[in-house]
Design a protein around this ligand. Structure first.
Ligand SMILES: NC(=O)c1ccc[n+]([C@@H]2O[C@H](COP(=O)([O-])OP(=O)(O)OC[C@H]3O[C@@H](n4cnc5c(N)ncnc54)[C@H](O)[C@@H]3O)[C@@H](O)[C@H]2O)c1
Length: 275
């Protein structure tokens, strides 16, 4: 049997045959995600577990757990004191944090149940403050607290979840028949997340912490039929995303496979933002 050793992330045997390692592998990596109990967060967790990561889900709503793989930690990401406590507990238990994913946000689903009574002109300051807090302040607090470990170790990856609405405006005609609208906060948060990503990428570059964001288009999931029909017309591929279509980009951005990428916003939207 050939002697095998590792050099620069490739496995080499004694006859210098290179066996490339799976650079998407997340074995022994500890990933912390916010909002992992929700619709997209649980898909992100599946994508990471498939590559053998241990995932800690920080959410105020109970999430699924899986022994040795998925851990749930109940916290409101707006509570700095609780986040600091969580940091201590998590470091004690898991010894490290390799990846942070800022995913939690308030995302009203377009159906008859989720009617927003107000419009832009009547949006209350309370609603503005609350939504901006969850989507932006929460990402700031979580990153500030949990990146402490990465700064110390001079290594880490941060992934921010934006939206196709980080680069284009919502088309309010999609929501008109439901007598609702996409709130202004969503645009501000998602454009802000891209700015946050660029800031952090530049700020953390010398600490070997890479920071990127993804901007997914809407995922097909029990939306109102008329809404689906209308949105398809705005997407060159003429359909919404399927549930598993973001899996590989998440695995890529959370692993060494993206080792030379930082500060980028990857838009995967069936081409919607190009027309
Ligand atoms: N669903 C889509 O089609 C889609 C498309 C593009 C982008 N996104 C983005 O993906 C992310 C997740 O969206 P989703 O569809 O899963 O929404 P979701 O509402 O299903 O999940 C959001 C999760 O965040 C949690 N959360 C909210 N406020 C919190 C707080 N203060 N503290 C802790 N946890 C909190 C909720 O409990 C929930 O589990 C969002 O950033 C959203 O903008 C979703």
């Amino acid at each position: 049997m050939d002697k095998v050793f590792k050099r620069n992330n490739v496995v080499i045997n004694s006859t210098e045959k290179i066996i490339t390692m799976d650079r998407f592998n997340l074995k022994n990596k500890v990933v912390l995600i916010t909002g992992g109990s929700g619709f997209f967060g649980s898909q992100i967790i599946q994508a990471l577990v498939e590559k053998k990561a241990k995932v800690i889900n920080i959410d105020k709503k109970k999430g699924k757990e899986k022994k040795g793989k998925i851990f749930y930690y109940e916290t409101n990401i707006l509570n700095e004191k609780k986040l600091n406590q969580a940091y201590k507990i998590i470091i004690k238990k898991f010894k490290k944090i390799d990846v942070i994913i800022n995913n939690a946000a308030i995302d009203y689903k377009p159906n008859k149940k989720n009617k927003l009574q107000d419009n832009f002109s009547t949006t209350t300051l309370d609603r503005w403050n609350h939504e901006i807090s969850v989507g932006l302040t929460g990402a700031f607090l979580v990153t500030k607290i949990f990146s402490k470990y990465m700064i110390k170790k001079k290594k880490g990856i941060i992934l921010n979840i934006a939206s196709d609405l980080s680069v284009i405006a919502p088309d309010q005609r999609l929501y008109k028949h439901l007598n609702t609208h996409k709130p202004v906060t969503y645009s501000v948060i998602k454009h802000g997340i891209v700015g946050f990503t660029k800031f952090l990428a530049s700020y953390f570059a010398d600490r070997n912490i890479r920071v990127n964001s993804i901007s997914p288009g809407g995922i097909l999931h029990k939306q109102d039929k008329k809404f689906i029909k209308k949105i398809k017309q705005l997407i060159p591929l003429r359909r919404m995303a399927k549930k598993n279509e973001y899996k590989e980009i998440i695995q890529f951005l959370c692993s060494d496979a993206s080792s030379y990428m930082t500060g980028q916003n990857i838009i995967i939207d069936g081409g919607r933002s190009t027309i």
